[in-house]
Design a protein around this ligand. Structure first.
Ligand code: SF4
Length: 271
């Protein structure tokens, strides 16, 4: 079975060798703190929204899957259930009409794809189907986000999936609710304990909530779906060819694009 996702295709387009190491050899590297923060925050939101009776969310259960060594980072993460509640109240989210972690799957250009949308609001009484995407970011620049949003391949794939699976005679438009949580960038003070730091992190959000939460709602028409499908097809065709040839050349210009490639040591040991 040939499987494809946005991230695997992006990885392949950046460097075919990196694709081979990550998706064929299945060698994983440690997740960054930012990714872990976003993962746990998403889990907190879904946990609270999926069952209002479950007020006893134990963050220890959510962090046990990660090997967290930085006490100050753990202190911040421990505030996430409270922050998730603030988030939910801020957006006045209706807890009963969402399909959380909505699974998408299907075939595209000869490959199988699958993934999860953060939430899909698909209540027949609504005048639209709403795709919800939550993002944790450290800097909010609305103009920049709006410029990049139409090219967000992840969202484009969600739209393609949801559009093709709409029920017959269902003419409701699809809307995107793109929500940003802006993480305060504070650092521990001299002699500050992790727990005091954790509280300060939470207080920073509490006092400036309007600064830190934002929501951008955009209709699907705003997205470059045709362009996305053309690019996706082109990348799938190229990937198929490389898979047949079993050739995954290095792209040394990608080794240091933003940071050093996480597979650098493995890659160069292999020669
Ligand atoms: S180190 Fe460079 S060539 Fe090797 S996998 Fe990473 S990006 Fe590709």
């Amino acid at each position: 079975m040939k499987i494809v996702s946005n991230s695997s295709l992006n990885c392949f387009c950046t460097c075919a060798r990196k694709y081979k190491i990550r998706y064929i050899d299945k060698i994983e590297t440690e997740k960054s703190e930012s990714l872990i923060f976003g993962d746990i925050f998403g889990k907190c939101i879904n946990y609270i929204l999926s069952d209002t009776e479950r007020v006893d969310l134990k963050v220890e259960l959510l962090i046990k899957d990660y090997d967290l060594k930085n006490e100050f980072f753990v202190a911040k993460v421990k505030q996430l259930p409270k922050i998730a509640k603030l988030w939910i109240d801020f957006f006045s989210i209706n807890r009963y009409t969402y399909n959380f972690e909505y699974k998408i799957y299907g075939k595209i250009f000869g490959f199988d794809y699958s993934g999860y949308i953060d939430a899909l609001e698909d209540d027949l009484s609504l005048d639209c189907i709403s795709i919800v995407e939550n993002k944790t970011i450290s800097k909010f620049d609305e103009e920049d986000i709006l410029q990049k949003l139409p090219y967000d391949k992840q969202l484009c794939l969600y739209i393609v999936d949801v559009t093709t699976k709409k029920r017959e005679n269902d003419n409701r438009p699809i809307k995107i609710n793109y929500r940003n949580f802006i993480k305060p960038m504070i650092k521990p003070l001299k002699n500050e304990s992790p727990s005091i730091f954790g509280h300060r992190f939470y207080e920073t959000i509490d006092t400036d909530i309007l600064t830190y939460f934002n929501e951008i709602s955009k209709p699907v028409i705003f997205f470059r779906i045709d362009e996305f499908l053309d690019e996706f097809k082109e990348s799938c065709t190229l990937l198929e060819k490389q898979l047949e040839l079993n050739m995954f050349p290095k792209n040394s210009s990608a080794c240091n694009i933003y940071n050093k490639c996480e597979y650098f040591d493995i890659c160069y040991k292999k020669g």
